[in-house]
Each structure stands twice: as structure tokens, then as C-alpha cells.
Design a protein around this ligand. Structure first.
Ligand code: HEC
Ligand code: HEC
Ligand code: HEC
Ligand code: HEC
Ligand code: HEC
Ligand code: HEC
Ligand code: HEC
Ligand code: HEC
Ligand code: HEC
Length: 368
């Protein structure tokens, strides 16, 4: 690397930088590293790193940028932090080539005074992502993979990687196929159109506490899915705007699948088994898994040989006399039967108690 090229200063740089830069140049030329004192002015680092042309070639041959965008940094939540607050292993200049990954939890831990103390930090430790990372899966995200690093903004900022609008893209970097399904689905489409009522990844999965759908604590575990969808689809305030009936949850709970699901059955259909989890489309869309032409296939996943006839009935039926006559009477029958059996049982117990009481009274009279 041509050293002089590296130190051609940014026009906006102060005299201080110029002096520091030339000092550094001398130090490097003589091979004397400068030990850094506790507080290093960020400008010292930016002498080199504010240059957009500063790059490094990895052993694989790939060229990566070492440029730090100062404007982004100044705008970020960490604008007041020193570079070396995060890059703690940089203790002299020119610095080592091998630099450790930044550990955000050095400052962000439960019980800290500043930054804000959030239980989110502890949640991340238990998540599938952190567990996978600790097991050595380097494709699983650390804090910086979701939040970014020199450009971290609060979630309320539209440019933040964790702003609602941008969350699908942030998760989608790694979950590509699911991202594309989500984008095609009704929820994703409406999000792009500016709707803020539709769910993004974190509404269904959580943020720092993401678990596998096979984990019973996950919000997308088979028996939790109905509740997760219901948080919106059973909310009159949200659904009224779109003219969608809020009875979907209730009618599901009354169905065969719904009853078994409530008792912990995970092989019966939940909302996502029929509607899919990510590529959810209105029933009128011919590509929807619940469009009537596709129902034989959708039901057929679990009911082998399901044909158009099998899937013919309406799915979200309210069990009233008008909407579903047969189901209504079957249920009424079951109710009567249950009540009848209960009544007989209770009657039997009373009769039994009564006869014991009479026996005992008779016995006492005989003794007396
Ligand atoms: C003299 C110019 C110069 C100065 C001043 C400088 N750096 Fe660097 N920095 C470099 C070069 C060159 C590399 C690439 C080293 C290599 O080839 O691996 C680098 C690499 C890095 C990396 C690692 C990038 C990676 O992915 O491997 C970090 C982090 C870094 N510098 C931070 C800092 C910080 C913080 C400061 C201030 C305390 C600083 N640098 C000051 C020139 C400089
Ligand atoms: C909030 C913590 C934090 C602060 C403050 C910070 N960095 Fe970084 N920096 C990171 C993280 C995280 C990475 C990505 C690599 C990693 O995960 O360690 C990184 C990467 C880098 C890289 C490698 C190039 C790249 O973009 O991947 C350079 C160079 C660098 N930082 C320089 C600086 C300089 C100069 C400053 C001060 C102006 C600074 N950093 C301040 C967290 C920080
Ligand atoms: C040197 C300590 C330190 C390190 C290391 C650090 N942070 Fe911070 N961070 C802070 C402080 C202090 C604040 C509060 C800033 C403020 O409110 O002015 C903060 C704020 C934040 C916020 C905004 C919080 C809020 O409620 O507004 C996020 C998000 C954040 N940091 C993420 C990260 C990530 C991701 C990393 C690692 C790349 C990291 N931090 C590394 C000290 C640190
Ligand atoms: C899988 C992605 C992901 C990972 C990994 C992750 N976060 Fe977050 N983080 C988010 C999302 C999404 C939000 C929520 C934004 C919101 O409230 O809408 C968030 C919120 C936060 C906030 C609160 C911001 C605010 O102002 O409300 C802080 C602080 C934070 N994260 C720090 C961290 C730290 C530290 C780590 C690592 C220990 C980490 N995060 C790991 C995605 C992630
Ligand atoms: C840096 C890449 C990366 C990012 C960003 C990321 N993930 Fe992941 N995620 C992974 C990897 C890798 C796994 C697999 C972990 C394992 O089991 O080994 C995973 C696992 C998962 C799982 C469990 C999958 C299963 O079958 O058990 C869910 C759910 C998940 N991620 C959701 C999310 C959500 C939601 C976000 C955004 C808030 C997100 N991820 C962001 C890489 C990422
Ligand atoms: C409306 C709720 C909902 C939204 C929004 C959502 N998911 Fe899911 N996700 C689920 C459900 C339910 C499952 C489990 C059922 C299944 O596997 O199909 C699941 C499963 C997953 C899995 C593990 C299953 C697999 O195939 O590996 C990952 C990873 C995942 N989602 C990531 C994401 C990402 C990334 C986003 C955002 C782009 C997202 N999800 C948005 C409900 C949702
Ligand atoms: C954060 C709230 C929220 C959650 C959680 C949610 N949805 Fe939605 N959903 C909406 C909104 C808002 C619409 C948009 C209405 C429209 O079509 O204009 C919608 C649309 C739909 C539609 C299309 C309806 C139509 O007639 O256009 C279906 C089907 C659907 N959602 C199913 C589900 C399923 C299944 C789940 C759970 C896996 C779920 N939703 C979770 C808010 C949510
Ligand atoms: C056994 C399959 C199945 C299950 C389980 C299921 N649905 Fe449906 N859903 C359908 C079918 C088929 C339709 C379209 C015809 C109808 O309304 O009966 C539909 C219609 C809908 C609609 C209206 C869509 C439109 O475009 O009109 C919404 C919203 C919806 N379901 C939400 C849910 C929610 C929320 C759950 C879980 C609580 C759920 N569904 C469970 C099959 C199912
Ligand atoms: C995720 C798997 C799954 C999907 C998808 C599914 N079911 Fe089921 N369903 C089951 C299981 C398991 C049972 C209980 C065992 C049995 O009787 O086969 C059941 C039971 C039923 C029953 C009552 C018992 C019976 O066999 O008569 C009906 C009716 C039914 N399903 C209809 C449907 C229809 C219609 C669809 C498509 C719209 C559908 N199911 C989709 C898993 C599923």
C-alpha cells in the first residue's frame, strides 16, 4: 500500500488531524507504534477510515471496504461513543491487522445504568439465534447483524434497519426463501404499500426471543398459532377497516381441528396449515392455498386422497341453525347427551348417598 496515498487528507479535516496524520506517518516510517492513551479522538481513526477508497483484501481474494461514513456515524445513537469504546483491542497505531469482533453486550447488559437496561438483552441469550451462534453456526445473527453498527438508529427512525417497514428485509438477508414468500403474500404486499396494521416477521416470531416453531414456547408453535393470528384477526378495531369478519378465530376454535388443537394436538390443522405462514393470500386469489380449486391439495397434505368433495364445506362456519344445520344439530345432540349423562350421574350419586343415610338411620334405630 502506498503510504502517502493513504494520508492524503480529507479536505474538511482540521489542523489537528493533519498534525496527527503526519505524526502517524513518521511513526510508521520509523516503525515506532504510538501507544494510545485512554481516550482517543475519533478523528485520529478517521484520518484513515473516512477515506472511501480504504480497502482490504481478504485471503479469499475478496476486497472489503474499511470506509466509515462519518455522517452516518454522527447521526447514530452512538455518536457520542469513541471508536475504541467498541473496538477495545485497538491500543496502538498503526494498529494490529487482526481485530476482534465487537461485543455489544459489553455495554448492553441487564442491570446497566446507561444504555437503557432492557430485558431484551437476556431474551437474546436464550434465543435460537444465540444458541446456534454459540454452537459455532457463524451464519446465525449477532446483535450487529440485525442492528447494523456505525449507522444504528432508534426503531422509530424510518431509515433504521429495525424500523417496522425494514424488518422483513433485515431478517430476509438470511431467510431468503421465506422473505420472498412473505413479499408475495397479502401481509407483505400491504406493508410495502404503507399499511402499518399488517404483521412483520417480529409480530409473529418475537425479536430477541425468537425460537424454533418446534419449541412449545414459540409464538408460532402449532398450538400457539391461532392465538398469534387472533391478536389481529379477532380484533374488531383492526379488521373493521378492511371489512374482514372477526369470527375466524372463534369459528376455528369450534371446529374439529380447533378443539383438538386447544387440547394440545399438534397434528391437526392450525391457521398456517391451511393458509400457509408466509405466502398468505385472500381466498379469491387463484394462487391462494385456500382458493377452492386448491383445497384438495391443501387438505390432502394431511388427508390423503382428499378430493373436491371432501373440501367442499365452508371452513369457517358459525355453528348456528341458519349457517350449518347438520353441524348445529349434531352439536346440540352432543350437548343434550352430555347434559343427560351428567344429570344421570349426579342423580345416581344422590340416590346412593340417600340410601346409605337411610341404612345408617335404620341401623341406629335397631341398636337403640
Ligand atoms: C494509519 C491509518 C489508520 C489509522 C489511523 C487507523 N486505522 Fe484502522 N485500519 C487501517 C488499515 C490499513 C486497516 C486494514 C488492516 C489489514 O490490512 O488487515 C485497518 C483496519 C481496521 C479495522 C478492522 C477491519 C477488518 O475488518 O479487519 C478496524 C475495526 C479499524 N481499522 C478500526 C480503527 C480504529 C478504531 C482506529 C482509531 C483508534 C483506526 N482503525 C485507526 C488503517 C488505519
Ligand atoms: C457501537 C460500536 C461501534 C463503534 C462506536 C464503532 N464501531 Fe467500528 N465496527 C463495529 C462493528 C460491530 C463492526 C463490524 C465488525 C464486527 O462485528 O466487529 C465494525 C467495523 C468497523 C470497521 C471495518 C469495516 C466495516 O465496515 O466492516 C472499521 C474500519 C471500523 N469499524 C472503524 C470504526 C471507527 C473509525 C469508529 C469511530 C468513528 C468506529 N468503528 C466506531 C462497531 C463499532
Ligand atoms: C461502549 C458502550 C456501548 C457499546 C459497546 C454498544 N453500545 Fe449501544 N448504546 C450505548 C449507549 C450509552 C446508548 C444510549 C445512547 C443514548 O441514549 O444517548 C446506546 C444505545 C443503543 C441503541 C438505542 C437504544 C435506545 O433505546 O434508544 C441501540 C439499538 C444500540 N445501542 C445497539 C447497540 C449494538 C447493536 C451494539 C454493538 C454493535 C452496541 N449498541 C454497542 C453504549 C454502547
Ligand atoms: C434477530 C435480530 C436481532 C438481534 C440478533 C438483536 N436485535 Fe435488538 N432489536 C431487534 C428488533 C427487531 C428490535 C425492535 C424494534 C422495535 O421495538 O420495534 C430490537 C430492539 C432493540 C433495542 C431497543 C431499541 C429501542 O430504542 O427500543 C436495543 C437496545 C437492542 N435491540 C439491542 C440489541 C442488542 C444489544 C443485541 C445483542 C445482544 C440485539 N439487540 C440483538 C432485532 C434484533
Ligand atoms: C445473519 C443471518 C440471520 C438473520 C439476520 C436472521 N436470522 Fe433467523 N436464523 C439464522 C440461522 C443461521 C438460523 C438457524 C439456527 C440453527 O438452528 O442453527 C436461524 C433460525 C431462525 C428461526 C428458527 C428456524 C427453525 O427452523 O428452527 C426463526 C423462526 C428465525 N431464524 C427467524 C428470524 C427472524 C424473524 C429474523 C429477523 C428479526 C431473523 N431470523 C434474522 C440466520 C439469521
Ligand atoms: C403472520 C405470522 C408470520 C409472519 C408475519 C412471519 N412468520 Fe415466519 N412463521 C410463522 C409460522 C406460523 C411458522 C411455522 C409454520 C411453518 O413452518 O410453516 C413460521 C416459520 C418460520 C421459520 C421456520 C420454518 C422454516 O421453514 O424454516 C422461519 C425461519 C421464519 N418463519 C422466518 C420468518 C421471517 C424471516 C419472516 C419475515 C420476512 C416471517 N417469518 C414472517 C408465522 C409468521
Ligand atoms: C399484526 C396483525 C395481523 C396478524 C398477526 C395477522 N394478520 Fe392477517 N391480516 C392483517 C391485516 C391488517 C390484513 C389486511 C386486510 C386486507 O386484506 O386488506 C390481513 C389479511 C389477511 C388475509 C386476507 C384476508 C382478505 O380477505 O383479504 C388472510 C387470509 C390472513 N390475513 C390470515 C392470517 C393468518 C393465517 C395469520 C396468522 C398466521 C395472520 N393473518 C396474522 C393483520 C394481521
Ligand atoms: C382447515 C383449514 C383452515 C384452517 C385451520 C383455518 N382456515 Fe381460515 N380459511 C380457510 C378457507 C378454506 C377459507 C376460505 C373459505 C371460507 O371462508 O370458508 C378461509 C378464510 C379465512 C379468512 C378470510 C379470507 C378471505 O379472503 O376471505 C381469514 C381472515 C381466515 N380464514 C383466517 C384464519 C385464521 C385466523 C385461522 C386460525 C385461527 C384460520 N383461518 C384457520 C381454511 C382454514
Ligand atoms: C396439518 C394437517 C391437516 C390439514 C392441512 C387439514 N387437516 Fe383435517 N384433520 C387433521 C387431523 C390430524 C385430523 C384428525 C384425525 C383424522 O380423523 O384424520 C383432522 C380431522 C378432520 C375432520 C374431522 C374428522 C374426520 O376425519 O372427519 C374434518 C372434517 C377435516 N379434518 C377436514 C379438513 C379439511 C376440509 C381440510 C382442508 C380445508 C383439512 N381438514 C386440512 C389434520 C389436517
Amino acid at each position: 500500500m502506498v503510504v502517502t496515498e493513504r494520508f492524503r487528507l480529507h479536505t474538511g479535516y482540521s489542523l489537528l488531524s493533519a498534525v496527527l496524520g503526519s505524526l502517524l506517518l513518521k511513526a510508521e516510517a520509523y516503525g515506532v507504534p504510538i501507544r494510545l492513551q485512554s481516550a482517543v479522538d475519533n478523528r485520529l481513526c478517521l484520518v484513515c477510515h473516512a477515506k472511501s477508497t480504504l480497502t482490504k483484501r481478504l485471503p479469499t481474494g475478496k476486497v472489503v471496504s474499511l470506509y466509515v461514513n462519518e455522517a452516518d456515524y454522527q447521526r447514530s445513537v452512538h455518536a457520542e461513543r469513541l471508536c475504541t469504546d467498541c473496538h477495545v483491542d485497538i491500543v496502538e497505531l498503526p494498529h494490529e491487522k487482526e481485530i476482534e469482533l465487537v461485543n455489544c453486550s459489553r455495554c448492553h447488559y441487564v442491570g446497566t445504568v446507561s444504555p437503557p437496561d432492557l430485558k431484551k438483552y437476556a431474551e437474546y441469550r436464550e434465543s435460537i439465534h444465540k444458541v446456534a451462534l454459540d454452537r459455532g453456526n457463524h451464519r446465525a445473527p449477532a446483535c450487529q447483524d440485525c442492528h447494523g453498527y456505525h449507522n444504528i438508529l432508534p426503531p422509530t427512525d424510518p431509515d433504521s434497519q429495525i424500523n417496522r417497514r425494514n424488518i422483513p428485509q433485515t431478517c430476509g438477508k438470511c431467510h431468503l426463501a421465506i422473505y420472498s414468500d412473505y413479499q408475495e403474500g397479502i401481509h407483505g404486499r400491504l406493508l410495502r404499500a404503507g399499511n402499518s396494521d399488517v404483521p412483520v416477521c417480529t409480530d409473529c416470531h418475537g425479536e430477541h426471543n425468537i425460537q424454533s416453531p418446534q419449541d412449545p414456547n414459540s409464538r408460532v408453535y402449532a398450538t400457539q398459532v391461532p392465538q398469534t393470528c387472533a391478536s389481529c384477526h379477532a380484533a374488531e378495531k383492526i379488521m373493521r377497516k378492511y371489512g374482514i369478519k372477526v369470527d375466524k378465530y372463534e369459528t376455528y376454535r369450534e371446529s374439529y381441528h380447533g378443539v383438538v388443537n386447544q387440547y394440545g394436538g399438534i397434528t391437526v390443522a392450525n391457521c398456517a396449515s391451511c393458509h400457509q405462514a408466509h405466502r398468505i393470500l385472500p381466498a379469491s386469489d387463484p394462487a391462494s392455498s385456500v382458493n377452492k380449486h386448491n383445497l384438495p391439495r391443501t387438505c390432502g397434505q394431511c388427508h390423503p386422497g382428499a378430493n373436491a368433495n371432501f373440501a367442499r364445506g365452508k371452513m369457517h362456519v358459525r355453528v348456528t341453525k341458519e349457517e350449518a344445520r347438520l353441524l348445529y344439530y349434531v352439536r346440540l345432540g352432543f350437548r343434550m347427551l352430555t347434559i343427560g349423562v351428567m344429570a344421570a350421574l349426579i342423580g345416581h350419586i344422590f340416590l346412593d348417598l340417600f340410601s346409605r343415610w337411610r341404612e345408617r338411620r335404620k341401623g341406629r334405630r335397631r341398636q337403640g
